[in-house]
Design a protein around this ligand. Sequence first.
Ligand code: HEC
Ligand code: HEC
Ligand code: HEC
Length: 151
Amino acid sequence: MSDVFPKWTNKLPVILILCLGLVGSGVAAGIYYYFTPKYTRVGYQPVQPIAFSHAIHAGQLGLDCRYCHSDVDEAAHANVPANSTCVRCHKTGGILANDPKLALVRESEKTGQSIPWVRIHQVPDYVYFNHAVHVNRGISCVKCHGRIDQM
Ligand code: HEC
Ligand code: HEC
Ligand code: HEC
């Protein structure tokens, strides 16, 4: 009789509880992480290292989104522009070339370190979102991102 269940099964309830506990706290952490304002609140606007304005660049100047986000139609991930894109106008082009608002652009050109832009959009790692696929089907940026040129 006593050999029907091996001895370790006595501990089974304890093991089960431990496992459930681990899974449970993982789920809780996930919920906490993805439901923070960064993920749920539309209009989340972090403080950026440079007060960059889409309204000026895309709106008033009428620059094409792809002038800066050059990878959108080629790569799975859209890119935030390289510093060299800013330098083209803000140093070489002489626009606000000595303005303190652009100090970081000049510094970053000297050191070769990229500007630490804070990412706004981020799908959880388990969601595979491919930008190029969407953009190349002719879905416009505005459809998904709203009127960035007015923000
Ligand atoms: C095609 C040229 C061009 C490029 C490329 C460009 N800018 Fe500008 N930027 C301008 C012009 C023109 C203005 C308006 C100048 C003025 O107000 O006299 C401006 C204004 C600015 C301002 C001042 C905004 C304000 O509120 O006064 C900042 C900051 C700025 N740009 C950052 C950037 C950054 C960062 C990049 C790179 C991601 C960049 N710009 C790329 C042309 C450009
Ligand atoms: C002069 C360069 C420039 C142009 C033109 C430009 N952007 Fe940007 N964009 C930036 C920079 C710099 C950032 C990072 C700072 C920020 O989020 O404000 C950014 C950030 C973004 C983000 C948020 C990225 C994130 O962090 O998740 C989106 C979405 C975006 N741009 C879409 C667009 C669209 C759509 C257009 C065209 C209507 C456009 N951009 C035109 C420079 C540019
Ligand atoms: C089908 C909807 C859709 C379309 C169309 C679209 N985007 Fe996006 N975009 C997204 C999503 C979703 C994310 C977040 C993806 C991620 O985190 O991997 C994103 C992220 C971005 C980012 C941030 C990338 C980063 O690494 O921080 C930029 C910049 C951007 N898009 C620019 C553009 C531009 C410019 C266009 C038009 C040429 C465009 N998008 C068209 C849905 C779209």
